[in-house]
Structure formats: structure tokens, C-alpha cells
Design a protein around this ligand. Structure first.
Ligand SMILES: [Zn+2]
Ligand SMILES: [Zn+2]
Length: 72
């Protein structure tokens, strides 16, 4: 069952599919937005599933990590 309640990307309309593994085995990691060099930390619901697309709060810009995970 797809958990499309996590389809938070309303800006681009791109669907975000979360696999059961993404909510079961959480890949916590250090994620740096290369453009500004700031650490990306996922909070609240974004810290509950792995994702590749992150929103930098410094630039207010989306960027992609090379793998799915959670910024910590
Ligand atoms: Zn994120
Ligand atoms: Zn940034």
C-alpha cells in the first residue's frame, strides 16, 4: 500500500512514493546542501521516512541527495 499521505511536494506536483522500507529502516545521515553549505535537518514528519528530495530552509530551495535518507 502506497502511503501517499506523505506526498508533500505540492510545489512541483511531483508524486513522492514512500516504500515500506523507507519508514521501517530509517537512514539517518548528515546531509549538506552543497550550494550553501548548510546542514539539512529533517524535522517532524520528514524525520519519519527516507527521502531524496530535501528542502533547504536556508535557500528555500529543493535539492536531491544521492540516496534516500533523513538529515540529522
Ligand atoms: Zn529532508
Ligand atoms: Zn541551501
Amino acid at each position: 500500500m502506497e502511503m501517499d499521505i506523505y506526498n508533500f511536494d505540492k510545489d512541483t506536483g511531483m508524486p513522492i512514493t514512500i516504500t515500506p522500507e523507507d519508514t521501517k529502516i530509517l537512514n539517518f545521515k548528515i546531509i549538506i546542501h552543497e550550494k550553501c553549505g548548510k546542514k539539512h535537518i529533517d524535522l517532524e514528519k520528514f524525520a519519519t521516512f527516507n527521502h531524496r528530495k530535501h528542502l533547504c530552509l536556508e535557500c528555500n530551495e529543493y535539492f536531491y541527495d544521492h540516496e534516500r535518507g533523513i538529515g540529522t
